[in-house]
Design a protein around this ligand. Structure first.
Ligand code: SF4
Ligand code: SF4
Length: 131
C-alpha cells in the first residue's frame, strides 16, 4: 500500500468492494495458478462480484504487515477509494471510514474528475445500467 496507508488497512476490513470482470482477470493473471476465482470472489445477493473476506479481512490483506498483497493489480474500486459512489444520494462521497481522505483527494477538482471515472466504471464494467 501507499505510504499514506501505513499502519492502517481499515478499508480492507469487511470489504464490500465490487469487482469488474477486468479486475478479476487481472488479479487471476498476475497471481499463482493455484489461485482460483472462487478463492477471492463472492457473489452478492444481487449477483454482483465482490471481494471475499476471510476472518473479517479482505482475502488479499496481510494482517501482520498491514498491507495489500496485490497492490499493483488491486481492484479498480480500491484505486478510487476513499472516494466511493453513494447510490442513495447519487453522488460521490469520501468514505468516513478512511482516516486520511484529504491526502488522496486534496481538492474538489480531483474529486469531481475521479467521480466521473467512478460512475463510468460502475455503469460500464460493474452494474451495466445508468446510475
Ligand atoms: S482506510 Fe484510507 S488510509 Fe487506511 S488503508 Fe484504506 S485508503 Fe489507506
Ligand atoms: S484488494 Fe488490497 S486494497 Fe483492496 S481491499 Fe483487498 S487488501 Fe485492501
Amino acid at each position: 500500500m501507499k505510504d499514506i496507508c501505513k499502519d492502517c488497512g481499515k478499508c480492507c476490513i469487511e470489504t464490500e468492494m465490487l469487482l469488474s470482470s477486468k479486475d478479476i482477470a487481472r488479479i487471476k493473471k498476475n497471481n499463482p495458478k493455484h489461485l482460483k476465482i472462487a478463492n477471492f470472489v463472492r457473489k452478492t445477493e444481487e449477483g454482483f462480484n465482490q471481494l471475499k473476506n476471510v476472518k473479517g479481512y479482505c482475502v488479499f490483506f496481510d494482517r501482520a504487515a498491514k498491507m495489500c498483497t496485490i497492490y499493483d493489480e488491486r481492484p479498480q474500486g480500491c484505486r478510487f477509494y476513499p472516494l466511493i459512489y453513494d447510490s442513495d444520494k447519487k453522488l460521490c462521497v469520501l468514505d468516513h471510514e478512511c482516516p486520511r481522505p484529504k491526502l488522496f483527494y486534496p481538492n474538489k477538482k480531483y474529486h469531481v474528475k475521479t467521480c466521473k471515472k467512478i460512475v463510468r466504471f460502475l455503469e460500464k464494467q460493474v452494474l451495466f445500467t445508468k446510475l
